[in-house]
Design a binder for this molecule. Structure first.
Ligand code: SF4
Length: 293
C-alpha cells in the first residue's frame, strides 16, 4: 500500500503548494481526472501492442496478476491517452468519409474482413464492436486485439495503424519503430493481410507522416517465436527476466520488484520443462484413475 500513501501525501503537498484559486482549481481538477479513471484489468491474453515490449510484463497479464496498487496515473498521461483516442476517431472517420470526396481511400468493413480471414483458415473471431473498431480474438496466438482499421488505398489493402507522438519524436521519425512493426505484423497475420499503412501524427501541430510496411517473413517468424516464448514462460510458470529499458508505462512495477532478477530460459529449455509438467500431470491423472477404479 506504500504507493497509496504516497498518492495521499502528494495530494496534500499539491494542496499546500497551491497559493491562488487558479492553482487550487488545477489541483482539484487533476485530482478528479485521476480518481475518475475506470480501472483497467487486462485480459489474460497476448497483447499485440506489448509484443515488442517486456516479456515479464506480458507474463504478468497472462497470469492475471494484480496491477500496482495506489499508483494513480499522471493527469498529463491520462490526457495524452484521451487525445490519442480522439485523434484515432477523427482520422478513422476521415478515412471512412474520403470516398465521398472522390479520394481513393476505401474503408473496409472489419466484420467482412474477419469473415474473409476465417475463409483463409485463420482463427480470428469477433468479441465485440467498439466504436470504429472491433475487439477480436485469435486462438492460434491466444491474442486479443483491436486494430485501427483496414483500408484499401489506390487498390491495395492495408492494415491501418495510427500513432500519435510528441513533436520531438515526430520530427526525427523516418520509419516505424520495431515495437509498432511487431504490433502491425500481428494484425496482418490475424487478418491475412501482408502490409500496413502507418500513420504517425505529431501531437503538437497535427502534422502527419505515412509509411508503408510490407510484413517480411523474418517478422512473421519473430512474432511466432515471441508469442511461443511468452506462452511457454506462462505455461511453465517460469518468471521471465526483467527488461529494464521498457518500464515507463508498466503497471506491474511493485510485483516485478518483489520477484527480483531471474535468468533467460530459451524456447528449447521451456519446451523440455513443459513436457515434464505434462508428463507429471498425465501420471497424476492415471494414478487417480487407478485409485478410483
Ligand atoms: S517493471 Fe520493467 S522489467 Fe518489470 S515487468 Fe515491468 S517492464 Fe518488465
Amino acid at each position: 500500500m506504500a504507493n497509496a500513501y504516497s498518492d495521499i501525501l502528494k495530494m496534500i503537498k499539491d494542496v499546500e503548494a497551491a497559493k491562488t484559486p487558479g492553482e487550487e482549481f488545477v489541483v482539484d481538477l487533476n485530482r478528479y481526472i485521476q480518481l475518475s479513471q475506470p480501472k483497467y484489468t487486462p485480459s489474460r491474453s497476448i497483447k499485440p501492442s506489448s509484443l515488442g515490449g517486456c516479456f515479464r510484463e506480458q507474463w504478468f497479464m497472462l497470469q492475471g496478476a494484480d496491477q500496482d496498487v495506489g499508483a494513480l496515473a499522471d493527469p498529463g498521461l491520462i490526457g495524452m491517452g484521451q487525445h490519442g483516442n480522439d485523434r484515432h476517431n477523427h482520422l478513422q472517420n476521415a478515412c471512412q468519409d474520403a470516398k465521398n470526396y472522390n479520394i481513393p481511400i476505401i474503408w473496409c468493413d472489419p466484420e467482412d474482413e474477419v469473415k474473409r480471414a476465417q475463409s483463409m483458415g485463420i482463427h480470428t473471431v469477433i468479441k465485440r464492436r467498439d466504436g470504429n473498431e472491433l475487439l477480436c480474438h485469435n486462438s492460434d496466438y491466444n491474442c486479443n486485439f483491436k486494430c485501427d482499421g483496414i483500408i484499401i488505398y489506390k487498390g491495395i489493402k492495408y492494415i491501418l495503424e495510427i500513432k500519435t507522438e510528441d513533436y520531438f519524436k515526430f520530427i526525427s521519425r523516418i520509419a516505424p519503430v520495431d515495437k509498432h512493426e511487431f504490433q502491425a505484423a500481428m494484425y496482418c497475420i490475424c487478418f491475412g493481410i501482408d502490409r500496413t499503412m502507418f500513420l504517425y501524427e505529431d501531437r503538437n501541430y497535427l502534422v502527419k507522416k505515412g509509411f508503408v510496411s510490407v510484413v517480411p517473413e523474418t517478422f512473421r517468424s519473430e512474432v511466432d517465436s515471441r508469442t511461443k516464448h511468452i506462452l511457454l514462460y506462462n505455461g511453465t510458470n517460469t518468471v521471465p527476466p526483467k527488461e529494464k529499458g521498457k518500464c515507463t508505462y508498466c503497471r506491474y512495477k511493485q510485483r516485478c520488484k518483489l520477484l527480483g532478477d531471474t535468468v533467460v530460459n530459451t524456447i528449447e529449455e521451456l519446451t523440455v520443462k513443459k513436457s515434464k509438467i505434462l508428463l507429471a500431470e498425465r501420471r497424476e491423472a492415471e494414478k487417480k484413475n487407478l485409485e478410483e477404479s
